[in-house]
Design a protein around this ligand. Structure first.
Ligand SMILES: NC(=O)c1ccc[n+]([C@@H]2O[C@H](COP(=O)([O-])OP(=O)(O)OC[C@H]3O[C@@H](n4cnc5c(N)ncnc54)[C@H](OP(=O)(O)O)[C@@H]3O)[C@@H](O)[C@H]2O)c1
Length: 333
């Protein structure tokens, strides 16, 4: 397993397990089964989790998982778990007590003294209280309730405003895949210069970037049975459509076969190798489906210039998503 050190003593697996999939819209997740499955991820070396206060039972699952792990392997094993949550408030006036109570609720559910990383999301830049929220989160970090303050879905201009205000930001979690390479336009360079990193989601496009969809007729939105698949199918439509996507899948298959790995492995590795990317978050439908053995092959995979040339032969024909959507996170606003 490859790890990235986010802050002193906090080593994060570069393939994180994403927990949006437990929040609904991805099939029924049975809680007990899900928590048992989390132990299997941990045992396989996938020790880092990405969740949010708005992902249904995800924070409770982390609490249950930690208790189960401590029972089965002893308390000392808990130091090998990394769990990131998000703070996603309604865009309203932010007070110190509201922010502290929100983070305290997440801490209690997750069963931790200090949250490894809290990633802040803000729906409406027109409401400038986002800076207050970040200042209060920074205070909580200084008090030890939070180890790192990060963001999700913020654009480069607002990160510059934070830097100007002296707010220390550890990371920004954004959509980043072979399809959606908007973070490469400005965000990556900003992060490099400002000692911040990117956590990428959507890297395997809900599973569309896999053999399952190679040489397949274009699925209708109704045929796609998870919210994640539907989200990224729309992104593919905006990017260049199904015909070009098939061209990309064929190129990825050629690269994958050359290395004895899967299309999903190549898609994940391509993003992991990009500047400022600390890790990719791959969603897990706990207890319903798993790809641990396959995803572990990402770590041994080394792409060369020839591989990248084959991939970029297809992506060069796509539309410019930065021009049509905007910078990171603009799809949410
Ligand atoms: N900050 C945000 O706004 C935001 C937004 C979206 C996601 N996220 C985070 O990112 C995580 C990832 O979610 P996502 O929606 O971007 O999903 P994703 O990781 O692009 O897709 C996950 C799906 O891909 C399939 N998959 C995984 N590994 C595979 C492999 N090796 N071969 C073939 N298929 C494979 C699985 O489908 P099956 O289960 O059907 O097999 C899995 O459910 C979320 O859980 C969340 O933590 C954050």
């Amino acid at each position: 397993m490859e790890t990235h050190q986010l802050s002193p003593g906090l080593n994060v697996c570069r393939v994180l397990n994403g927990m949006w999939q437990v929040a609904g819209g991805h099939g029924y997740i049975e809680p007990k089964k899900a928590v048992s499955e989390m132990v299997k991820y941990h045992e396989a070396g996938f020790t880092s989790w990405d969740l949010a206060d708005i992902y249904g039972p995800a924070e409770d699952f982390i609490g249950d998982f930690r208790r189960k792990l401590a029972e089965e392997k002893g308390e000392q094993e808990l130091k090998n778990v990394q769990a990131f949550t998000k703070f996603v408030p309604e865009p309203a006036r932010m007070s110190r007590s509201f922010v502290e109570q929100s983070i305290d609720r997440s801490r209690k559910k997750m069963g931790v003294q200090s949250i490894d990383l809290v990633q802040f999301h803000w729906w409406d830049y027109g409401n400038v209280s986002w800076l207050d929220a970040l200042l209060f989160l920074s205070e909580l970090r200084d008090k030890g309730m939070v180890r790192n303050v990060g963001l999700t879905n913020f654009d480069t201009a607002h990160m510059q405003d934070m830097a100007d205000a002296g707010v220390r930001i550890a990371s920004n979690q954004v959509q980043y895949s072979i399809i959606d390479q908007r973070p490469a336009v400005k965000m990556a360079e900003f992060c490099r210069k400002n000692n911040s990193v990117i956590y990428a989601y959507g890297t395997v496009c809900g599973g569309l970037l896999s053999e399952k969809y190679l040489n397949r007729e274009e699925p209708s939105i109704a045929e796609l049975d998870t919210q994640s698949l539907r989200k990224y199918k729309k992104m593919i439509d905006a990017w260049g459509g199904w015909k070009l996507f098939q061209e990309l899948l064929a190129a990825l298959k050629g690269v994958a076969d050359g290395h004895g790995v899967s299309i999903a492995n190549v898609a994940a590795r391509y993003v992991m190798d990009r500047p400022a990317v600390a890790g990719v978050i791959i969603g897990a439908r706990l207890g319903l489906a798993e790809h641990r053995e396959d995803n572990a092959r990402v770590f041994g995979l080394e792409l060369d210039d020839e591989d990248r040339k084959k991939i970029e032969g297809a992506t060069a024909k796509s539309r410019d998503l930065y021009a049509s959507i905007g910078d990171c996170g603009d799809e949410y606003r």
